[in-house]
Design a protein around this ligand. Structure first.
Ligand code: ATP
Length: 939
């Protein structure tokens, strides 16, 4: 059993002291390391760079950090930032580092000299020998340039690999690949000395390359973050040899196919994937893979790789922090280490026989890779769309994620410094330069199913918020912003949610987490537009089987048809019996209970990590599951665990949908109530306007002498009675109990306690109100000022005294409220009455307040022709029916203030009290002759 020195693994220390190269001088203008170890370039996760780094290693900051694109190699000790779903919505160019290896003796023997020099951390120059001793210098710039004296440990950090690994832990796809001529040091850079690593006696050494060092960092970082996320790690290792795919962990698996899946992209079905809960297991995987790689000897390299190898590490990270937006939803990071075979010139390698064929295949696939790089570079630099020939080779198919896809990618171009290889070096640098222009769109990856559950859970949360918002709004009578605003605010809440833009980039509608993804379309009802709340309201999953199927098939928005599922997942007829569904009624109709139960159930289901035995060969579906995506050609009968998990997921989706549907319906009713309230307010105020117009009309008639004041007054009374004086069918009569469904004008909510049925009844439950005696001949206690406009204790300014018309007398009945149910127009009388009461008490303030209140009442209630306590109003009978649809709204409406809904439609009437008082005053002058309108009369 492989047993690496754990001390060195844990700390990243290697047994051999690491020398610092003389060329490792810090660069001017490097960005300082922030105190928290973070960096602010557009490169992924904020993190320190020095974990697992040898204490003796260089503290030179990474050139990639210097360029603001990668982390730093500083050894500054800083705290680990939490795992967070940083989403790189922007395009992120492939990072390119160049490594120049030392000049070897066999090159010197052939007359080679050093013509490649690293001139700075980010620049390199090549002196191209010309004829007759002439030379030409060419300069190149890359994200990092590493000279021959940069040791293996420094390579890891100077290229920013730890940052990439941290990104993988946070759910990103990451690729590191080495490119270059044969013998230029690709395998040495990626793996170290494979022949040593593959041996049974290997214990790790200073030559260890990026892969072995990376897994040390990975496990150390996962250990440090275990409180933040639960990690499950697995690995696979393949090689592409002579255009065939070989599983390096399972020698029986030869010539494996590459398949396309809409969800998976290109993948290799049947590839062995080993769960690596310990670093030992991972090291064993590496050792096994390296041992099985095809190598051969030729003129330029005695241990030449004859294949392209791809070692992939899968990292499932399930956030454990309940406050995280994607709590409980596993992120699926993937790290691919690609060691390409080197380009070879037959005349140099002198290959023949089998090796000749190998060389041909290597060169062919590298040629396609070059074409893909060139096409991508052209596309991304010119902004034009171009065909990318990924399908022309297996290598480019499998690198699709990394080149122009959703991965964070680092290319390490390896060069020989020898003049004898200058052509190949220039070619390599030329490809590397092109690769710099390739843009990827790194995104956090989630399991689509888990993401769907998370989104449903979030949808419920949004619905809940909307629900309480609507309830509050109905309670306040519509004084909160109306639907459009609310819709916007919820839309904002939706888009602000981290998961909404993850999985496919901010603009990637193919992501199942994107709001525009079909998943949403299938799970949301069509009321979004009407409600102003996008995506709110879900129908039952059970009723949407077909749409769910289509949704699932298009989960990744691919135009390529995905393979058929082995059975119709959504068909209840095919599935085994499901456990009883959790419904609100079963757990006591508590939505909190539902939610908690759902969340609890979810946690149980999806926190379970993927477990596989070390020697298990994955079925295609298992590959998909391991990558968090579905696959094709699955034998489900052979995998009970997967079936069970699938069932759980289906059940959860159904439950979430139920809850969504319930909340959506409730919100619909509340929206309808709110709309009705607005309508009612508008109608009441319209009525006032109509009557005011009538008043002016009659006044004009009186002034012009075409009508006597008495006739005008009678006409006005008649108009009032005709417009709104009819008692409503649902209005409680005097002495009756106020009904909860009885609707009164919000305008009458100005009365004093004990006398205003609207104020008093508002506190009563529907149907349980006290006998309604207010207004039945009783005098309101005018000394109480408790209207919303004059809260108790507030200073009330007396209104302008309303003079009694000269010579007028009060009718005895005018000291009393009109009899209950009487349809009169006693505004003038009541105003006179109030003024008289106030005056007689000698309390000007009281009189003023009373006058104001009473005139308000006169204006509001009498003009609508209704005695307020009688509940008579001007609303249409049909409204009662629609009101029954939202009983919650009834009690609240009696507290409403006729303000905002109306104000949304027309200018607010602030001087209404004064204006109405004036109108009432004018009413009071009817019958007194035009002498009381001197100005008008004269005019
Ligand atoms: N930076 C370096 N320092 C010391 N030795 C190196 C360095 N780079 C490469 N070598 C050595 O050079 C030889 C060739 O390197 P390597 O096998 O990694 O080349 P390669 O690019 O992978 O070639 P191929 O494409 O043929 O596999 C190896 O013996 C390796 O140990």
């Amino acid at each position: 059993m492989f047993a690496p020195p754990m001390s060195s693994i844990a700390t990243g220390m290697v047994p051999t002291p690491i020398s610092r190269g003389s060329s490792l001088t810090p660069l001017d203008g490097l960005r300082p390391v922030p105190a928290d170890g973070s960096f602010t370039g557009n490169c992924m996760i904020q993190t320190p760079a020095n974990r697992g780094r040898p204490a003796s290693s260089s503290t030179r900051p990474s050139p990639l950090a210097a360029s603001g694109r990668m982390g730093t190699a500083s050894s500054t000790s800083v705290a680990l930032p939490p795992v967070q779903a940083t989403n790189l919505s922007e395009a992120d160019n492939i990072k390119v580092a160049v490594r120049v290896r030392p000049l070897f003796p066999h090159e010197t023997e052939r007359g080679g000299t050093t013509v490649v020099q690293v001139s700075s951390n980010t620049t390199i120059k090549v002196v191209v020998p010309g004829p007759a001793g002439t030379s030409m210098q060419r300069d190149f710039a890359f994200h990092a340039c590493l000279g021959p004296d940069v040791n293996q440990a420094d390579v890891l950090h100077l290229c920013g690999v730890p940052q990439l690994l941290d990104a993988a832990l946070a759910g990103y796809n990451v690729t590191v690949f080495a490119y270059g001529q044969t013998g230029s040091g690709k395998t040495y850079t990626m793996s170290g000395r494979e022949e040593v690593i593959g041996s049974d006696s290997y214990l790790g050494d200073a030559h260890d390359g990026i892969i072995t060092r990376a897994i040390q960092h990975l496990f150390a970082a996962a250990e440090t973050r275990k409180a933040e996320a639960k990690f499950a790690v697995a690995a696979s290792y393949l090689e592409i040899y002579n255009e065939g795919i070989y599983d390096l962990l399972n020698l029986k698996a030869k010539n494996l196919p590459v398949k396309w899946d809409a969800a998976l992209g290109f993948f290799v079905p049947g590839l062995k994937q080993v769960t690596c809960n310990k670093i030992d297991t991972m090291m064993e995987v590496i050792r096994t893979g390296m041992k099985h790689r095809h190598v051969g000897s030729h003129e330029l390299n005695i241990e030449s790789s004859r294949s392209h190898s791809i070692m992939t590490i899968f990292v499932h990270a399930t956030p454990l922090d309940p406050s995280a937006a994607d709590f409980g939803t596993p992120r699926i990071g993937k790290i691919s280490f690609v060691d390409l075979a080197g380009s070879e010139r037959l005349k140099d390698t002198k290959s023949e026989g089998v090796m000749l064929k190998e060389t041909a295949n290597i060169n062919k696939s590298l040629f396609v890779l070059g074409k893909v790089i060139a096409a991508l570079a052209e596309r991304d630099s010119s902004g034009t769309s171009a065909h990318i020939p990924y399908r022309d080779s297996k290598l480019t198919k499998l690198l699709m994620d990394s080149l122009g896809g959703n991965a964070l990618a680092l290319m390490i171009a390896c060069c020989s410094p020898a003049s004898t290889a200058v052509e190949e070096t220039l070619s390599t640098l030329s490809y590397a330069t092109r690769a710099k222009n390739i843009q990827n769109r790194p995104t956090v990856q989630y399991d689509p199913k888990e993401a769907q559950i998370a989104n449903l859970r979030r949808e419920i949360e949004l619905l809940r918020q909307e629900n309480s918002y609507l309830r509050e709004q109905v309670r306040l009578g519509g004084s909160l912003p109306l639907g459009a605003d609310m819709g916007a605010s919820f839309q904002a809440a939706r888009s602000a949610w981290p998961l909404s833009s993850a999985g496919g980039g901010s603009g990637d509608t193919s992501s199942p987490l994107h709001p525009a993804h079909p998943v949403w379309a299938s799970l949301t009802s069509t009321d979004a537009a009407a409600s102003g709340v996008a995506g709110v309201g879900a129908a039952s999953i059970g009723s949407r089987d077909s749409s769910r199927d289509s949704t699932r098939d298009s989960s990744f928005g691919s135009s390529v048809a995905s393979p058929p599922m082995p059975f119709p997942i959504s068909s209840a007829a095919v599935l085994p019996p499901q456990p009883p569904r959790l419904t609100a009624s079963r757990i006591g109709a508590s939505s909190d209970g539902v939610r908690n139960a759902l969340i609890g159930a979810t946690a149980v289901t999806h926190l379970e990590p993927l477990r596989m035995s070390a020697d298990a060969t994955l079925t295609p579906h298992a590959v998909g599951a391991a990558r968090g995506r579905r696959s094709s050609h699955t034998d489900f009968g052979a995998d009970d665990d997967l079936m069970r998990r699938l069932m759980d997921t289906q059940n959860l989706l159904a439950r979430f949908s139920e809850e969504n549907g319930r909340l959506a319906k409730e919100n619909d009713r509340l929206r309808a109530g709110r709309q009705l309230l607005s309508q009612e307010h508008g109608e009441v105020l319209d009525e006032i306007e109509t009557l005011r117009g009538k008043l002016i009309q009659l006044e004009t008639a009186v002034l012009s002498g075409s009508q006597t004041p008495n006739a005008a007054k009678a006409a006005l009374q008649s108009a009032i009675a005709g417009s709104g004086g009819r008692p409503r069918a649902d209005s409680p009569a005097c002495g009756e109990t106020g009904s909860g469904t009885g609707v009164r004008s919000p305008l009458v909510n100005q009365n004093s306690s004990g006398h205003s049925s609207s104020a008093q009844d508002a506190e009563l439950p529907p149907g349980a109100g006290a006998p309604n005696t207010a207004g039945c001949g009783q005098q309101p206690p005018y000394d109480q000022v408790d209207s919303p406009y004059h809260p108790p204790g507030s200073a009330v300014q007396p209104p302008t005294p309303v003079p009694l018309p000269p010579g007028s007398t009060l009718h005895p009945q005018q000291t009393q409220n009109p009899p209950c149910g009487a349809v009169t127009a006693p505004g003038a009388a009541n105003v006179a009455n109030v003024v008289a009461v106030g005056s007689s008490s000698g309390n000007a303030n009281e009189a003023g307040v009373a006058a104001r209140r009473w005139t308000y009442r006169a204006s509001s209630t009498n003009q609508t022709g209704a005695h307020k306590t009688a509940g008579a109003n001007v609303r249409k009978p049909c409204e009662g029916a629609s009101r029954a649809a939202y009983p919650e709204a009834a009690p609240a409406r009696r507290n409403v203030q006729p303000v905002l809904p109306y104000q949304h439609q027309r200018p607010p009437p602030p001087p209404r009290g004064l204006r109405l008082m004036q109108l009432s005053n004018e009413l009071g002058t009817f019958g007194k002759g035009p002498a009381h309108y001197p100005a008008h009369a004269n005019g």
